[in-house]
Design a protein around this ligand. Structure first.
Ligand SMILES: [Zn+2]
Length: 269
């Protein structure tokens, strides 16, 4: 067997790409160096800037020889002190959202923050709120409630008959009707004299993941049989189907999808 070495960097640019020596401009990275403060001294760290000036997201470290634990914390960049308890990455991202609502200015010297009662109560209450969220294996904050009352659908009517298929928009129904006009007989139940009307009743409910990690587009529960359209049904039916698919309910109309649920481990599990 012959092992061939990769071709050596022949040009100046290739060598530069292989062995960069210039720091990435600050505008092109959210990472910043800092020094964390622990009871036995100081240690180097790299943190990711957050939407809260003064606070950075850092890996959680502990042990007689400091090592990563796999959890994350929010750290006060100037002092290197911990602001949020050790938690999963998603829980720590949620801690940022939780603190955004407290209106505390963290971009201040340590002495100012320690003397600020609003900062101390935010620190203590976040600690307790995170403990409760971790204990229950649920999000610390929710992006939304999960139940969506689906708007009435558009259907094609013809001589007293109504299409089984409903459409979310008039345009979607019109596309099919337009095709039926051009190619009569291709679309069952569609005729040039058909009329598109909107139902008066909602077809039911849809279920969305309540986590901040789920964006609008992919946050709905989808039944595999329906392709990529959100499943719409009664709440009882959706709850049963979603639960069987790994979704979990957290009370007060909040559900999380399987991907997010995995990031909310129950304490001790
Ligand atoms: Zn989700």
């Amino acid at each position: 067997m012959t092992i061939t070495a990769p071709p050596a960097a022949q040009t100046r640019r290739a060598r530069r790409d292989l062995f960069p020596s210039r720091p990435i401009p600050a505008a092109e990275t959210a990472l910043a160096e800092l020094t964390i403060s622990r009871s036995n001294g100081l240690a180097p760290m790299v943190g990711e800037r957050t939407t809260l000036p003064g606070l950075v997201l850092t890996p959680h470290v502990t042990g007689e020889v400091l090592r990563y634990t796999g959890n994350w914390i929010l750290t006060h960049a100037r002092s290197g002190r911990r602001v949020s308890p050790a938690a999963s990455f998603l829980h720590t991202r949620e801690a940022v959202v939780w603190l955004e609502n407290r209106g505390v200015d963290w971009d201040r010297p340590t002495a100012d923050i320690l003397a600020d009662p609003a900062a101390s109560s935010a620190f203590e209450e976040l600690d307790f709120a995170m403990y409760c969220a971790q204990d229950a294996g649920r999000p610390l904050v929710y992006a939304r409630t999960s139940w969506v009352d689906w708007p009435p659908l558009w259907r094609v009517h013809h001589r007293g008959g109504v299409s089984d298929e409903g459409f979310d928009t008039f345009e979607a129904a019109a596309d099919v009707a337009w095709s039926a006009c051009r190619f009569p007989g291709d679309e069952p139940g569609m005729y040039p004299s058909s009329v598109i009307r909107r139902d008066e009743q909602s077809p039911g409910w849809a279920l969305r993941c309540a986590s901040i990690a789920c964006t609008d587009r992919d946050s709905f529960y989808v039944d595999a049989w329906d392709g990529d359209r959100p499943a719409v049904d009664s709440r009882a039916v959706l709850e049963r189907m979603a639960w069987d698919s790994g979704w979990r309910g957290h009370g007060h109309g909040h559900w999380t999808c399987p991907n997010c649920t995995r990031q909310y481990p129950t304490r001790g599990a």
